[in-house]
Design a protein around this ligand. Structure first.
Ligand code: ZN
Ligand code: ZN
Ligand code: ZN
Length: 389
């Protein structure tokens, strides 16, 4: 199923993220900031003195040059000095990192490595006490969020998890922050805001996921699109509704990025067909919603008079889910059990013409056609979509 030559969208994203991490050995832009600061200081000194004295002062020129050189020395030191060598427990490759780096993606095998401030850390695979996911972590790392199930974990695998809410489906008592109930498999109501001080659902967290973790995340995102839909109903402005529908489609793009990970997993993950049908159903709902919003905008007096402020329409021209969806299409094409491929996704569904600071929708036939097609697809499978296209 997986093509060894082409990276998945998520792998591309992770590599890009890792390249930044690796260039600065996890130090980010802090070191570059110092160069800039010293460089600017040096130039100001040099220029200021040259203007004031109307001549070039050799001692001050020397100080300026020294400031610039110091900046570079600081950067070099921060990038190469005070480093630690970390061995990836999966592929055994070694990496020299700044001693303060706590999270790092092994560039060879894309394993997430979690470290503390130990001088010679050797991350070891430790299983999650709730979902069993193995994560490479050193004993000094401290608390972290399980990449798959989301619970608060410690490097010590025997540490007890904190109790949290009951499962929405089977009523079992789950750990705090659990994104999934391990008793019945139900994904819980997602809240991907900051869970604990200092901890985030960030890119490192995503990199640590297995295919099962991506399936859980995709389902969480799908649930969040539903919440967005509900929030949008509280706003009476069609333009605002349109923004919500666009945000939902962006979220749907993320769903498909994770779904690609699920489909490419060599182990295979159960219930991919169910997740696929759900993605199609949500897409259908969103596209019909967007189509309703656009036709309402078109018929409004404001639009007919002079259109809307340019930036308020810019979002509707893009189809943020499309690139990810194309990947899914190519992965499931030709499968005999193709129960969930809607296929033939349109491009440039809405066209906007701009004059002065205003934009006017000139054509949305693509969107109407797409909404109609989705409705036929849904009717044939008895899947409910909003009625009024
Ligand atoms: Zn590795
Ligand atoms: Zn877990
Ligand atoms: Zn349950």
């Amino acid at each position: 199923m997986s093509n060894p030559v082409h990276l998945t969208l998520f792998q591309e994203e992770a590599n890009k993220y890792q390249a930044t991490q690796y260039r600065t050995k996890g130090q980010g832009v802090k070191a570059d900031g110092k160069v800039l600061l010293f460089g600017i200081l040096g130039l100001i000194l040099f220029a200021g003195v040259a203007v004031l004295a109307k001549t070039v002062s050799i001692p001050l020129l020397a100080i300026s040059v020294l400031a610039i050189v110091l900046g570079f020395v600081f950067t070099a030191k921060s990038a190469s000095g005070a480093s630690k060598t970390v061995t990836c427990p999966k592929c055994k490759s070694k990496h020299a990192l700044n001693k303060n780096v706590r999270k790092f993606m092994c560039p060879t095998c894309r394993t997430l490595l979690l470290m503390g401030s130990e001088p010679a850390p050797e991350p070891q695979f430790v299983a999650c006490s709730y979902c069993g996911l193995e994560t490479a972590v050193t004993t000094g790392h401290g608390n972290f969020l399980c990449p798959d199930c989301g619970i608060l974990r410690q490097p010590d695998p025997s540490a007890k998890w904190q109790p949290g809410a009951k499962c929405l489906k089977c009523n079992t008592h789950n750990p705090a922050h659990a994104m999934v109930c391990m008793s019945c498999g139900a994904v819980q109501a997602p809240d991907l805001s900051s869970p604990e001080p200092g901890l985030k659902y960030d890119m490192d967290w995503k990199i640590g996921k297995s295919a099962r973790g991506h399936a859980i995340l995709a389902t969480s995102y799908l649930m969040m699109t539903r919440d967005l839909h509900t929030s949008s109903e509280k706003t009476d402005s069609t333009l605002n509704q349109l923004k919500y529908s666009q945000m939902s489609l962006e979220l749907l793009g993320k769903v498909m990025v994770s779904f690609e990970e699920v489909l490419c997993a060599p182990s295979g993950v159960k219930d991919t067909a169910q997740l696929g049908v759900e993605i199609d159903r949500v897409y259908g709902e969103l596209i019909v919603w967007k189509s309703n919003c656009v036709s309402e905008l078109m018929s409004s007096a404001v639009h007919q008079r002079k259109g809307f402020a340019d930036n308020s329409l810019s979002a509707i021209e893009s189809e943020p889910y499309l690139a990810a969806r194309r990947r899914i299409e190519s992965l499931v094409a030709g499968r005999t059990d193709q129960t969930y491929s809607l296929g033939r996704w349109g491009e440039s569904l809405v066209r906007v013409k701009r004059n002065d600071a205003h934009g006017q929708i000139t054509n949305f036939q693509g969107l109407t056609a797409e909404a109609s097609r989705v409705k036929v697809w849904a009717n044939n499978r008895s899947i409910p979509t909003p009625a009024n296209v």
